[in-house]
Design a binder for this molecule. Structure first.
Ligand code: SAH
Length: 353
């Protein structure tokens, strides 16, 4: 763990041990886990069928770290909602709820800030504040459900942070959120997105969760990738792609390649040839995302018209490709626009939840 005790961060087996430590009978573990991840309470005192002494023990030794909605911004364009959540220690994170035809999807953060330094991304500009606990990851989903009064059935770990830079908590989060005694989310509806931390991709593959791994590729040569993603200097593309192949072989789940289109930088015919070849070798799905502008940088997106031409080219090469429908741009809720400071929001006039 990252040193923060948070009752919502424990797997079912760990809750069983904690219940035992509290002097409770074994069946109480199921009740506690159910309160946390099925009924989704963040108040230990509301666990009415758990004895008072056990509740007192939990509150003292294993508190719940609240994730409080500070405000929500609602996109006038597409109904995307961006939530600003405050954590127990004053840190702030963002979570985005995307209403799709197939149901509600949550884009959750895995860290407060990020230390990966990708040139086009706002989340990394102020660096990393800290890792989130598994409970804080789960609680972002529960908070959205409570506010919207609807279930979330898809989760993408594409908010701020690099999930594989917070590997242990990510792993717990997956185990907790897919547990049928709790939130019971289907692994098939979860996507973990990484900038390409090779040893962690392999470790994660060995867990054999049936979920989708997305790789933030963004350039098809090491030379170009290094210009926008510092992590590329640490792990060469050949190793990253080998690890993705290993993931595919171990889990049978197709990789998604995320490719942010930056005008004049990575959208030439040569780039597309490279992208088609990588996607073919991995049997991967390609997701093109015209880069979203952030105020500190002047990366320009490939035009929508050109993006469609590129998509068609890739499709002619039998590559499975989608252009990501950008949602929530007017509330800075789109990819790469999430931050951890409040000052950027004032212009929009928050609605306090
Ligand atoms: N750290 C993880 C997950 C967070 S980012 C990762 O790197 O994958 C989620 C996706 O948004 C990544 O593919 C990221 O590269 C992309 N992204 C970041 N900034 C962006 C921007 N300004 N425009 C479009 N996509 C961006």
């Amino acid at each position: 763990m990252n040193g923060i005790r948070d009752l919502r961060s424990y797997t079912y087996d760990e809750i069983s041990k904690i219940a035992n430590e509290a002097g409770a009978k074994p069946y109480v573990a199921r009740q506690i886990f159910g309160w946390l991840h099925d009924k989704k309470t963040d108040d230990i005192s509301s666990m009415t069928n758990v004895s008072k002494s056990v509740r007192e023990f939990l509150a003292k030794e294993y508190p719940i770290r609240p994730v409080k909605r500070s405000s929500v911004l609602i996109s006038q364009i597409d109904g995307t909602r961006k939530y600003i959540h405050s954590l127990y220690d004053g840190n702030i994170i963002e979570t985005v709820m995307l209403p799709y035809d197939f149901g509600n999807s949550a884009c959750i953060s895995s860290q407060a800030g990020c230390r990966m330094g990708c040139a086009f991304c706002a989340s990394t500009i102020d660096g990393l504040a800290r890792n989130l606990t598994a409970g804080e990851m789960a609680a972002q989903i529960y908070s959205l459900e409570e506010d919207a009064g609807e279930r979330i059935n898809h989760v993408v770990i594409m908010g701020s942070g690099e999930p594989f830079d917070n590997y242990d908590e990510l792993d717990r989060f997956i185990r907790i959120i897919t547990d049928e005694r709790g939130a019971n989310l289907s692994g098939r509806n979860i996507t973990v997105s990484t900038c390409g931390i090779v040893p962690k991709i392999r470790e994660f593959a060995n867990r054999k969760y049936a979920l989708t791994l997305a790789l933030s590729l963004h350039a098809v040569t090491d030379e170009k990738r290094k210009k926008i993603m510092p992590i590329a200097a640490r792990y060469p593309l050949s190793e990253v792609l080998d690890a993705c192949r290993y993931y595919f072989d171990a889990t049978g789940r197709r990789i998604t390649l995320e490719y942010s289109l930056i005008s004049g930088f990575n959208d030439s015919d040569e780039d597309m040839k490279g992208l088609a070849s990588i996607a073919r070798d991995l049997s991967a799905h390609v997701n093109l995302i015209p880069v979203n502008p952030i105020k500190e940088r002047n990366f320009a997106p490939t035009s929508p018209k050109d993006a469609i031409l590129l998509k068609n080219k890739l499709e002619k090469n039998n590559i499975n490709v989608t252009i990501r429908r950008e949602m929530g741009r007017d509330i800075s809720g789109a990819c790469g626009q999430l931050r951890r400071s409040f000052s950027d929001y004032e212009v929009y006039g928050d609605r306090n939840a």
